[in-house]
Design a protein around this ligand. Structure first.
Ligand code: THU
Length: 127
């Protein structure tokens, strides 16, 4: 895997430490690489009203967007769990809004998978 993707994954792993997940117990971190080279990371933030939970991927993307970024080169996701998980459907839609074809790297402590947004959300809805 490209060195820059491994570094992005390290940022995602570091962000997972900050997860606020007292309900599920899953600590998820994500990091996005922007085309200008900057990176933004985020964690999942849960709520007692469960459906208000924000996933790590959307935290990272929204942080980047709100700092003026619009173009992305890759996204990484790390979860401290017995299996790695790809972005949920809601996050796929949000990532696709800005970056319908970027590489997606997701991992846990033992496995790392590299795929693309095209593969994860074929036939995406865009206006
Ligand atoms: N979660 C993420 O942060 N990203 C995903 O793509 C899937 C799920 C979080 C939300 C919730 O805090 C916990 O993982 C379990 O669903």
């Amino acid at each position: 895997m490209k060195k820059e993707f491994m570094e992005l994954l390290t940022l995602a792993k570091e962000a997972s430490v900050h997860a606020y997940s007292p309900y599920s117990g899953y600590k998820v971190g994500s990091a996005v690489l922007c085309k200008d080279g900057k990176t933004y990371s985020g964690c999942n933030v849960e709520n007692a009203s469960y459906s208000l939970t924000l996933c790590a991927e959307r935290t990272a993307i929204f942080k980047a967007i709100s700092e003026g970024e619009r173009e992305f080169a890759a996204i990484a996701i790390f979860v401290d769990s017995d299996r790695a998980f790809p972005p949920c459907g809601a996050c796929r839609q949000v990532i696709s809004e800005f970056a319908p074809k970027i590489p997606v790297i997701y991992a846990n402590q033992t496995e790392t998978i590299e795929t693309t947004m095209e593969n994860l959300l074929p036939g995406a809805f865009h206006l």
